[in-house]
Write a protein that binds this ligand. Structure first.
Ligand SMILES: NC(=O)c1ccc[n+]([C@@H]2O[C@H](COP(=O)([O-])OP(=O)(O)OC[C@H]3O[C@@H](n4cnc5c(N)ncnc54)[C@H](OP(=O)(O)O)[C@@H]3O)[C@@H](O)[C@H]2O)c1
Length: 254
């Protein structure tokens, strides 16, 4: 798909990966973008950017978002369901709301938006992009709920590829640790694991993926062989996790 002249929605556009995409996509000729987040005051101003304040974990807010986007742009060609967050913690206290909140935001909202995109675009070509994570393919210490949400998206994608209408493309993005405020928001003591990349690396890989209508994009070049090794030889994963655990303990004691 060509990004030029497309009407786009980006959730999680107020910081990090989403903001990087917003800044780049809004400079592409003919694009119009509805930029979504709760802190819309962080959004850049431009004639082709339409800010929309929403908590995307709520179905009514997503319904309102679609209404707003159609009102402003007439149609939606690309929906980038990028909003998401993590808890860095040990799951100890039974709090329904805590678990519900992360699954509503990271899993239900992107899937619900996809179903709305399918409903909306009966015959016109569209693309739905979801920011998954490399932790949708490997577990990570201290992030069990977050890992659960991203594995859910990966499983959904595997089945949904066979159910997509011929005019629709579904693409999941699997970044490794990316320099954004994400870890800080997960917890004051959250540790940023290895390997790492920038939001520009994610952008570059996703733009290639959009051009080629890819179903999965892995922005970090070596991650596919690394995942292959970890999933084929579980001891490699164990060694990696034990190194990360030492690093986490070291970071926590500093
Ligand atoms: N950074 C990483 O290492 C990394 C790695 C792999 C995958 N990812 C994924 O990449 C995506 C973007 O993360 P990031 O790294 O760019 O982190 P970030 O800088 O913390 O950005 C997260 C964005 O999501 C939005 N958001 C979170 N909850 C929301 C809600 N309920 N309603 C509306 N917006 C919400 C935030 O907007 P407001 O605060 O304005 O609402 C913010 O714009 C997430 O899905 C994350 O899981 C990140």
């Amino acid at each position: 798909m060509n990004i030029e002249n497309k009407n786009i929605v980006i959730t999680g556009a107020t910081s990090g990966i989403g903001l990087e995409f917003l800044n780049d996509f809004s400079g592409i000729p003919g694009t119009k973008i509805v930029a979504v987040g709760r802190k819309v005051e962080n959004l850049p101003e431009a004639d082709n950017i339409f800010p929309f304040r929403a908590d995307v974990s709520k179905s009514e807010a997503v319904d309102e978002l679609f209404k707003f986007a159609i009102e402003k742009m007439g149609r939606i060609d690309i929906f980038f369901a990028n909003a998401g967050f993590a808890y860095y913690e040990k799951l100890r206290n039974a709090t329904w709301q805590h678990i519900d909140s992360i699954f509503q935001t990271n899993v239900i909202s992107p899937i619900y938006s996809l179903s709305k995109m399918i409903e909306l675009n009966q015959s016109t070509e569209f693309m739905h992009i979801i920011t998954c994570s490399v932790v949708g393919r490997m577990p990570f210490l201290g992030y069990s709920l977050y890992t659960g949400t991203k594995y859910a998206l990966d499983g959904f994608n595997s089945a949904m590829q066979y159910e997509m209408p011929p005019n629709g493309h579904l693409m999941l993005v699997y970044p490794v640790a990316t320099y954004t405020g994400f870890f800080q928001r997960a917890s004051d003591s959250a540790f940023m694991p290895w390997p790492r990349q920038t939001t520009k690396d994610v952008l570059k890989a996703v733009k290639k993926g959009i051009a080629k209508n890819r179903t999965r994009v892995f922005p970090y070049p070596l991650i596919k062989p690394i995942l292959y090794l970890m999933n084929t030889f579980p001891f490699v994963l164990k060694i990696y996790l034990s190194i990360q655990k030492k690093n986490q303990i070291k970071a926590a004691s500093q």
